[in-house]
Design a protein around this ligand. Structure first.
Ligand code: PLP
Length: 392
């Protein structure tokens, strides 16, 4: 018989007795973010651009928030531009970089496993006359360096490679791209989508050698609808928008201060990335040790993955059926990415996985609130899938 373990006491926001294991899709806002948002909404509602006390107070909070996030990203606060989230940061980066350098070359190199806000933006640039090269991963989900090396030539203006993939957690060799760009004598700007890694790994755009980096608040217990784009000092990108002078005109529009304050509070509340990664690695080991004993179980994520993200297939059962059955038991996981609802995973297909593995693949993702009991609930739930669901 299936029974749920005691409630998740560490996260007062979770549905009672539930195990939320879909943190790569989104996370629950943490108490610190909620408090900061409520405070800003109620007491700091001025327009940061206004020339009076309400404006000054709002501007102070805006700049303090920027400083908090910039410190966590090891960059300068003037290098950080607030946006509406990862999607917008990626669009501004990809279009901006390519158009900024369009006279110096036409080649764009992106990985085939990017989020659609990078992948589809790059396709749209192809229609503007750019030459698009899309690189497939190897069977472990990692973009091989030799494919990057072959693709980057002296006319390359943009290389976009995510820091870690949202479906498999596979960590990409982004820190190796700078040397390849230099060896090819390319003018290319390097962009990384760090939406899934911010808060999970220590990030430094300088150490990674990137010019542009996208992050989003709602993947680290901040609110939805806010993110940031790191733009290396001295770099000027053309904007996609027309409007006021906010965010250096790169992202005009009155800043959503409550959301930004919530983002900063969530970042401040993040645990030390190394010790949290070690804690999540222990949770992962607890999960995989039991998973491998399940008949028909195949782990699709590589060894070199974010500890808190694991993709696996339970052969014989459709992904949707597994997800729905677990959902009935208040264990919440997902298929591929939340944005590609119902579609078969293109990432797993590019890795060369069989149709059998693809149609039964699911993704489990942890956060700083995930505990042993959540893993145990998932394992119980998977046993229940095997006991109660008919195979296809
Ligand atoms: N990039 C990656 C890798 C993601 O996983 C996501 C969200 O799922 C995004 C970008 C989009 O971020 P947002 O939801 O903040 O627009």
């Amino acid at each position: 018989m299936f029974s749920l373990k005691s409630e998740n006491t560490n996260n007062p926001l979770a549905i009672k007795d539930a195990s939320y294991l879909d943190n790569a899709a989104t996370t629950a806002p943490c108490p610190e973010a909620l408090a900061a948002m409520a405070e800003a909404l109620q007491f700091n509602w001025g327009n940061p651009s206004s020339p009076h006390e309400h404006g000054y107070r709002a501007e102070r909070l805006l700049e303090e928030s920027r400083q908090t996030i910039a410190s966590a990203l090891n960059c300068k606060s003037e290098e950080l531009y607030f946006t509406s989230g990862g999607t917008e940061s990626n669009n501004i980066a990809v279009f901006g970089a390519a158009r900024a350098l369009k006279r110096r070359g036409k080649r764009i190199v992106v990985s085939g496993i990017e989020h659609s806000s990078v992948g589809d933006a790059a396709k749209a640039l192809q229609e503007e006359g750019f030459e698009l090269l899309v690189l497939e991963p190897d069977s472990s989900g990692i973009i091989p360096l030799n494919r990057l090396e072959e693709a980057i030539d002296a006319k390359t203006v943009l290389v976009s490679l995510m820091t870690a993939n949202n479906e498999t957690g596979a960590i990409q060799p982004i820190e190796k791209v700078r040397a390849l760009v230099e060896a090819a004598q390319a003018p290319a700007l390097i962009h990384t989508d760090a939406v899934q890694t911010f808060g999970k790994m220590r990030l430094s755009p300088q150490k990674l050698g990137v010019d542009l980096m996208s992050v989003s608040a709602h993947k680290l217990h901040g609110p939805k609808g806010v993110g940031a784009l790191y733009v290396k000092k001295g770099l000027k990108l053309p904007s996609l928008f027309f409007g006021g002078s906010q965010e250096g005109r790169l992202r005009p529009g009155t800043q959503p201060l409550p959301a930004i304050a919530g983002f900063a509070a969530a970042v401040k509340a993040l645990p030390d990335p190394e010790s949290e990664a070690a804690r999540q690695a222990t949770l992962r080991a607890r999960l995989t040790e039991s998973l491998v004993e399940l008949d028909g179980l195949h782990i699709n994520s590589p060894e070199n993955a974010l500890p808190g993200l694991i993709n696996f297939s339970l052969i014989g059962y459709f992904s949707d059926h597994i997800i729905n059955h677990l959902s009935g038991l208040k264990v919440y996981i997902s298929g591929g990415s939340a944005c590609a609802k119902g579609e078969k995973s293109k990432v797993l297909a590019q890795m060369g996985l069989s149709q059998e593995l693809i149609k039964s693949a699911v993704r489990v993702s942890f956060s700083r609130f995930t505990q042993n009991r959540d893993i145990d609930n998932l394992l119980e739930g998977l046993k229940s899938v095997k006991e109660n669901l008919l195979k296809y």
